[in-house]
Design a protein around this ligand. Structure first.
Ligand code: TYD
Length: 207
């Protein structure tokens, strides 16, 4: 079995840059690596995602949204992640279960337990390691402004929503101290990357 590593954090925390660096680090060590995110090109998951994001679906209940995220996730897991792990590859996944616990469970107010339960009905595989890139929303927004990245619907949510996401991740990290490593995302980018690589090194050195 390969390694399943997930990356979590709010908008603009720098997940994409970190994933790229982790990928290069592992490739240099001789691992086969795939980078993915839900729906990850899986046809069924893409179709589910289209329903979630369709602007026509203004009536969508938050519970429906949570169930659809879970459905999309399990299909991506079964069709893409597990087969890659069975081939001994390292799978780097941008967002996974913790995104639902934080966004649907905490920020949307459905409750962590409920969201965890519907996900655990379907998910039979947890990450070997999750890196939570921790940075306060105001810092992330300054960065996004500087990089001129276009803002999507969720980026434009109210400030309080992003604060809830930030606090939510801290809460979830305390629930899973074995699995989740918090990386201080407010440091200089070189230091963020070296901390992330240290956590990866610790994982691969264990086996
Ligand atoms: P996107 O801008 O594509 O991602 P990122 O911020 O990682 O660059 O948007 C993904 C959005 O979907 C993000 O705001 C979080 C949200 N989301 C959930 O609400 N629940 C989930 O289970 C997942 C996977 C994502």
């Amino acid at each position: 079995m390969g390694y399943f590593i997930t990356f979590e954090g709010g908008e603009g925390t720098g997940k994409t840059t970190i994933i790229e660096q982790v990928k290069n680090y592992l490739l240099n060590l001789g691992y086969e690596v795939i980078v993915t995110r839900e729906p990850g090109g899986i046809e069924i998951s893409e179709q589910i995602r289209d329903i979630i994001l369709d602007v026509k679906n203004v009536k969508m209940d938050y519970r429906t949204e949570a169930l659809l995220y879970a459905a999309s996730r399990v299909q991506h897991l079964a069709e893409k992640v597990i087969p890659a792990l069975e081939q001994g590859k390292v799978v780097l996944c941008d967002r996974y279960l913790d995104s639902s616990l934080v966004y649907q469970g905490i920020a949307r107010g459905l409750g962590i337990d409920k969201v965890l339960n519907i996900n655990m009905f379907a998910l039979d595989h947890m990450p070997d390691l999750t890196l939570f890139i921790s940075a306060r929303p105001e810092i992330c927004f300054e960065r996004l402004k500087k990089s001129n990245r276009t803002m999507d619907r969720l980026d434009l949510e109210k400030k309080e929503f992003h604060e809830m996401v930030y606090d939510g991740y801290k809460q979830i990290s305390k629930m899973y101290p074995e699995r989740i490593t918090t990386i201080d995302g407010e440091q200089a980018v070189e230091k963020v990357i070296s901390d992330a690589l240290d956590a990866i090194k610790k994982l691969v050195d264990k086996r």
